[in-house]
Design a protein around this ligand. Structure first.
Ligand code: GLU
Length: 366
C-alpha cells in the first residue's frame, strides 16, 4: 500500500466514525480522578443529544476502595483486592451518579464476572438487561464484579471486559481511554491508524503498567483485535484530552484507530472464540487441519490426540500436529469419549462428529 492509499484509508476510517450510533467508552483507573467524572458526563450528554447511545465500562473500584480502606498502596493479595473493590464500587457509582444526574442522565450499575459471560443463558440475560437499559435512556456503567471474581474466573482486565461487551450490545465503536495517547511506535511517536494488528502493531506494544491500573498496551491491542472482529471500530486515546469523545466522533486525528473488520463474527461465534476458555484440545491430522481451515466439521477419524478433561459442550482448541491453534469449537463428546472415538470409524463406516461446523470458529490471524 502506498502512503497516499494509506492516508486515504485512514481518513475514510476516521470519517466513518461520525456514523457510529452505539459506543462503549472504557476508562482506566488512572484517568478517573479529580473532576474527570464531570467531564465525561458532559461528553455523554453531548453524545445523547446527538442521538448516540453510550455504555461506560468504568474501572476505578479498587483504586478508590484501597484508599477508603486506608491501605497505603494497591494490595496484591486477592482477598484484599476484592475487599478494596467492594469498598470502592459504591463510591465509584456515587461519583458517576453525581456527575450524570445534573445532565438528566440515570446511571445504572452492571457488574459482570467472566463466569456470567461464559454461560450462554446468563449472557443472553445480560444482553436483554443492557438493551432494556439503553431503551429506557439510562447509562449502563459496567465493571467487573471484582468482589466475587477470583483469579481463575477473571476477565483479565477491563479492556478485555469491554471487548466482550461489544457483541453483547452490538456496539459500533469502542473507545479505550487511558493515560496513553495511543499506540506508540519504537521511537515513541503515535501510530494514528492500524489496519492489521498482527502485521503493524504487536511489536510496538511494550506494555505500560503502573501502580493503579491493570491493562498495558498488549492487553489493549488484544481487546482491540477482538472488538474489531465483533464489528466495532476501536480508538485508543488519551482520557485527559479535553473533549476527547466528541473529537473522536468528529473524525479528528487523535489516538490510534483500528477499523472494524468487514466480515464480523456473529455474537455467538465471537463468544465461542473469545469469551469461552478452552478446556482442552483436539490434535488434528493434516486432512482434518485442511478441512477445519475451510470451516468444515471435525470428525473423529481426523483427530490424532485429545488433551485436557472437557465435558460435552465445552470449548476446545483445535490444534495442528505442530501444536498451532487454528480454531476453537464446542465439543460434542467428553474427553474420555473423544479419546475413545478418535482416529476411528464406527462399524457402519461413519466417523463421529466431534465439533460441528456450526459450533466452530476458525481463528483469524492474530
Ligand atoms: N475492575 C477493576 C476496578 O474497578 C479495574 C480493572 C482494570 O482496570 O482493568 O478497579
Amino acid at each position: 500500500m502506498t502512503d497516499t492509499e494509506r492516508d486515504h484509508e485512514h481518513s475514510t476510517a476516521r470519517a466513518r466514525l461520525s456514523k457510529c450510533r452505539r459506543l462503549i467508552i472504557k476508562i482506566g483507573s488512572k484517568s478517573l480522578t479529580g473532576d474527570a467524572w464531570d467531564h465525561f458526563a458532559a461528553e455523554v450528554r453531548a453524545m445523547r443529544d446527538a442521538r448516540r447511545e453510550v455504555v461506560i465500562v468504568s474501572s476505578g473500584a479498587i483504586a478508590l476502595g484501597f484508599q477508603r480502606l486506608a491501605l497505603r498502596a494497591r494490595p496484591k493479595d486477592i482477598a484484599w483486592l476484592q475487599a478494596s473493590a467492594a469498598a470502592g464500587q459504591s463510591s465509584l457509582m456515587r461519583k458517576w451518579e453525581d456527575a450524570l444526574s445534573p445532565h438528566g442522565l440515570v446511571a445504572a450499575q452492571v457488574l459482570l464476572t467472566h463466569a456470567d459471560l461464559a454461560d450462554r443463558t446468563r449472557t443472553n440475560n445480560a444482553q436483554r438487561a443492557l438493551s432494556a437499559l439503553l431503551e429506557a435512556g439510562a447509562v449502563p456503567i459496567i465493571n467487573e464484579n471484582d468482589a466475587v471474581a477470583v483469579e481463575e474466573i477473571k476477565f483479565g482486565d477491563n479492556d478485555q471486559l469491554a471487548s466482550m461487551v461489544v457483541p453483547l450490545v452490538g456496539a459500533d465503536l469502542l473507545m479505550l481511554l487511558s493515560d496513553v495517547e495511543g499506540l506508540l511506535d519504537d521511537r515513541g511517536r503515535r501510530v494514528p491508524f492500524v489496519k492489521s494488528i498482527a502485521r503493524e502493531a504487536r511489536h510496538f506494544a511494550g506494555g505500560s503498567k503502573s501502580g493503579v491500573g491493570t491493562g498495558g498496551m498488549t492487553s489493549k491491542l488484544e481487546a482491540a483485535h477482538r472488538a474489531t472482529l465483533a464489528g466495532a471500530n476501536v480508538v485508543i486515546a488519551h482520557a485527559r484530552t479535553q473533549g476527547i469523545v466528541g473529537q473522536v466522533l468528529a473524525g479528528d486525528d487523535t489516538g490510534t484507530i483500528f477499523p472494524a473488520v468487514h466480515q464480523r463474527l456473529s455474537a455467538r461465534k465471537h463468544w465461542i472464540a473469545f469469551t469461552l476458555r478452552p478446556r482442552g484440545a483436539l490434535v488434528l491430522d493434516r486432512g482434518a487441519t485442511e478441512a477445519v481451515a475451510k470451516n468444515r466439521s471435525v470428525l473423529a477419524v481426523g483427530v490424532v490426540g485429545v488433551r485436557g478433561s472437557f465435558q460435552v459442550g465445552d470449548s476446545v482448541s483445535l490444534v495442528t500436529a505442530e501444536n498451532v491453534e487454528i480454531a476453537r469449537g464446542l465439543v460434542r463428546l467428553s474427553a474420555v469419549d473423544a479419546a475413545r472415538a478418535c482416529g476411528r470409524r464406527t462399524e457402519d463406516g461413519r466417523s463421529e462428529e466431534l465439533v460441528s461446523r456450526d459450533d466452530l470458529v476458525v481463528l483469524p490471524e492474530e
